[in-house]
Ligand binder design. Structure first.
Ligand code: UT7
Length: 326
């Protein structure tokens, strides 16, 4: 039997309507006695604005319109889908999975659904799992979604983190194909770095114990990120027998413009080969890569047949890359 590959056949994304610029956020934080500025945020991160979901809007509400847009782009109906994976660290509930909630909201039933929790590497992890489940015949048409409401887990008294994140969702339809599609994947984690990026709180005995807000040692994350992203990029290129020069577009996790440009430089890629949305979205964790991918596709930059390098890095510490032909 010939090997089964997987291929992205549609992309979609959704941002909640409330857009908050750095100036808006600085003014809001000033009322709480927290000092920050547009200049600092732009210079250190490249972020100029982010979107925040209304307090009663959970991750699944962002995931569903992103999924519908991806389905429409692929020319499919929800009933054509036989697997849903949602990458999220801000699920609607402790359980069941946000994927189960999304399945029901899409009017579907029966197919396997689950969440993947790998923080900002979540989409790359989810895409790798979906690719494997298509290759082994478990599924033929998967929805792979990254959806986050990080605004819920921010400490608004900590200016070193609360200016960095936003809410949103991105999705792809991944279909079985006789030709790749996904060329190579590479995933890693090192749990000794749990403390440098975490939300340490948990539910116990009917109460939240520990701190339920994001803690980050930004400099430690920054240093690790640049090194591991380069290794993951080289690993997928080697697995696929490709060169740096074969990459048409680098679509990195959108956390910090300096990390993205550092990664591109190490790969000898010109900056205009990097899809950058961090200025408009902030860091949307597992949603950032599919949001950037959809933006690149819908803006006409990314063309069918091109070779894309997707790279994620984040809490865990987790990291990974996917090399694919669109
Ligand atoms: O999504 C998972 C992956 N996450 C990341 O990739 C994040 C990686 N890390 C980063 O992006 C950067 O480390 C940050 C953007 C978080 C911080 O940038 P930095 O250049 O490492 O700044 P820093 O932490 O060294 O802080 C420099 C200064 C400090 O003041 P002093 O001690 O030099 O007087 C901070 O107190 O900037 C100050 N500062 C701020 N000032 C204004 C920190 N946050 C702010 C702020 N506004 N929001």
């Amino acid at each position: 039997m010939s090997k089964r590959f997987s291929r992205i056949t549609g992309t979609g994304s959704y941002l909640p309507p409330r857009r908050v610029t750095n100036a808006d956020l600085a003014a809001e934080l000033a009322t709480r006695g927290i000092e920050t500025s547009d200049e600092w945020i732009v210079e250190r991160t490249g972020i100029r604005a982010r979107h925040f979901a209304a307090p009663d809007v959970p991750a699944s509400e962002l995931a569903v319109p992103a999924a519908r847009a991806a389905l429409q782009a692929a020319g499919l109906q929800p009933s054509d889908i036989d697997l849903i994976i949602v990458a999220t660290s801000t699920p609607d509930m402790v359980f069941p999975s946000t994927a189960a909630i999304v399945q029901h909201k899409l009017g579907m039933a029966g197919c396997p659904v689950f969440d993947v929790q790998a923080v900002c590497s979540g989409f790359v992890y989810a895409l790798t799992v979906a690719d494997a489940l298509i290759a082994n015949g478990t599924a033929r048409r998967a929805l792979v979604i990254g959806a986050e409401v990080f605004s819920r887990i921010l400490d608004w008294s900590d200016r070193t983190t609360c200016v960095l994140f936003g809410d949103g969702a991105g999705a792809v339809v991944l279909e079985a194909s006789d030709t790749p599609g996904i060329l190579a994947t590479d995933l890693h984690a090192d749990g000794k770095y749990v403390d440098i990026l975490c939300v340490p709180g948990h539910v116990s005995g009917g109460q939240v114990l520990g701190d339920p807000v994001l803690k980050m040692d930004g400099q430690a994350v920054f240093k690790l990120a640049v090194g591991v992203l380069d290794k993951a990029a080289r690993a997928v290129l080697a697995k696929a027998g490709k060169q740096e020069s074969d990459i048409d577009w680098l679509i990195p996790h959108q956390a910090n413009l300096r990390i993205m440009m550092g990664t591109a430089k190490k790969l000898h890629l010109p900056v205009d080969k990097v899809i950058v949305t961090v200025q408009d979205h902030g860091n949307t964790s597992a949603a950032s890569i599919p949001l950037a991918l959809d933006h690149g596709v819908r803006s006409g930059k990314i063309q069918p047949g091109q070779t894309l390098l997707l790279e994620g890095v984040g809490g865990g510490f987790t990291w990974g890359a996917v090399l694919l032909n669109l």
